[in-house]
Write a protein that binds this ligand. Structure first.
Ligand SMILES: Cc1cc2nc3c(=O)[nH]c(=O)nc-3n(C[C@H](O)[C@H](O)[C@H](O)COP(=O)(O)OP(=O)(O)OC[C@H]3O[C@@H](n4cnc5c(N)ncnc54)[C@H](O)[C@@H]3O)c2cc1C
Length: 408
């Protein structure tokens, strides 16, 4: 690829049409309308509505995500919330406990005067809604390359040039990497990441319970790792069961009946009896943070910037704050006549994001380390912490606000 100055083909190119790239595409609509921005989205996997839907990975798979109230607000701004909420189950209480200990913390929507602390939405549904919205943006200058993979990326005077697997060569003033971080593009640009392997794997499935869940989300810490149960429609709950790496294999292979017995033993009876389990999926877990998230003509968003442990359900919520902050920064820069890839704009955007990113990474990672550690007096301290947190109104409200993705 040439690295000299080249003519811009697009003002902004989004690499990856997963949860983050598709949300950014939707969020850009007003700017495209107002400033005539030429935008392209490049997505390697076929679209969710296509016959190969089963193969649509990794954003729009069988998982469901806990969407904080702050994210619901952002989806409202993108014009997709009324559709999203059709398949959303509200979280009215969060129950945090440790197996074998007395302490427990209950966070309640009423503590913070809201109807729901968050919502659980199937990822496949979020994908459908976002992509339907993008399809309706056809009259704007939105170009799709799908399925197509960005194979090479290099800086040029005007921004970055991108070579695609469909033979196209694009030159973008601003390139947003929303590729999930596993495509090798960051590395092509010399952007390093800090990676910490949790040596854990999340086993995901839907389970049916014998009693109504009443909108309660459970976070239960066990000696093996945390178990999260999130309310879905009816008596169904989304299970995120963390295992030491390798240990999940035996559980994946169990018959449904044996699996339900093992889950009941590990989780206890708090949510009722587990009566049915869906197909199971496994996700290796790590903490990956990119060392650089902006450069002239480049921004890194979503999992490409930060892949977190899913225990606190913060990864996409954090990413969506990045999406709307980037659009706000672009808006003010365009209104002053600056181009989208301008470093002053991106630098200011990144300084704002860095604080939020650091605090969420610390929160999710700290939770895992606190409940994963085996120091002799720690279980008592954790139990006391959970009981104490339950008694301490303002602190509990703080945690609830964080769970909702609201600024503190
Ligand atoms: C088990 C689990 C549970 C989770 N639960 C929650 C939760 O409850 N709440 C929450 O907020 N977060 C949760 N998360 C985190 C959330 O899933 C991620 O933050 C989110 O999926 C990140 O989306 P993304 O678009 O950045 O990346 P991805 O989902 O990885 O999507 C990247 C897209 O880029 C495409 N792509 C890749 N390479 C290229 C290329 N070279 N060219 C073109 N396209 C390319 C891919 O096909 C893909 O569609 C969870 C994560 C896990 C693993």
């Amino acid at each position: 690829m040439e690295t000299s100055a080249q003519t811009l083909t697009h003002d902004l190119v989004i690499v990856g049409g997963g949860l983050v790239g598709a949300s950014l595409g939707c969020a850009l609509a007003p700017l495209m309308e107002r400033y005539g921005l030429r935008v392209a989205i490049i997505e390697a996997a076929p679209l969710p509505a296509s016959p190969q839907h089963e193969a649509w990975q990794p954003s729009f798979d069988a998982r469901a995500s806990a969407i904080a109230e702050g994210s619901a607000e952002r989806f409202r701004r993108l014009g997709v919330w009324s559709e999203m909420r059709r398949e959303a189950a509200p979280i009215r209480h969060i129950h945090i406990s440790e197996r074998g200990r007395l302490g427990a913390t209950r966070l309640d929507a009423r503590d913070v005067n809201v109807e729901a602390l968050g919502h659980v939405i199937p990822n496949a549904w979020m994908g459908r809604v976002l992509h339907r919205q993008l399809a309706e943006m056809e009259e704007l200058a939105l170009e799709w390359h799908c399925p197509a993979r960005v194979e090479r990326i290099a800086p040029v005077a005007a921004g970055h040039s991108l070579a695609l697997s469909d033979g196209s060569e694009l030159v973008a003033g601003l390139t947003v990497l929303a590729d999930g971080g596993r495509s090798g593009l960051k590395e092509q640009l010399g952007i390093h990441s800090q990676a910490g392997d949790y040596a854990q794997t999340a086993l995901i499935a839907n389970v049916e319970v014998s009693q109504p869940h009443h909108g309660v989300a459970h976070e239960r810490f066990t000696a093996e790792g945390p178990i999260a149960l999130l309310p879905l429609a009816g008596n169904t709950m989304e299970l995120v069961w963390t295992h030491p790496e390798g240990d999940e294999k035996a559980r994946m292979d169990l018959s449904d009946g044996d699996f339900l017995v093992a889950l009941q033993r590990a989780f206890g009876d708090r949510a009722g009896r587990f009566t049915r389990v869906s197909k199971r999926y496994a996700y290796p877990l790590s903490l990956v943070t990119a060392e650089e998230t902006v450069r002239p003509g480049l921004a890194v968003l979503g999992n490409a910037a930060h892949a977190l442990h899913p225990v606190a359900g913060q990864g996409f919520n954090l990413a969506l704050r990045g999406v709307t902050d980037l659009v706000d920064a672009l808006e003010s820069s365009l209104s002053e006549g600056r181009v989208p890839g301008d470093m002053a704009t991106l630098g200011a955007f990144d300084r704002k994001r860095a604080r939020d990113r650091r605090s969420v990474v610390r929160f999710s990672d700290g939770l895992i380390r606190l409940f994963g550690a085996q120091w002799p007096l720690l279980p008592q301290a954790r139990a006391a912490g959970l009981v104490g947190l339950n008694l301490a109104g303002p602190l509990r409200r703080d945690v609830a606000r964080r769970a909702m993705g609201l600024e503190r």
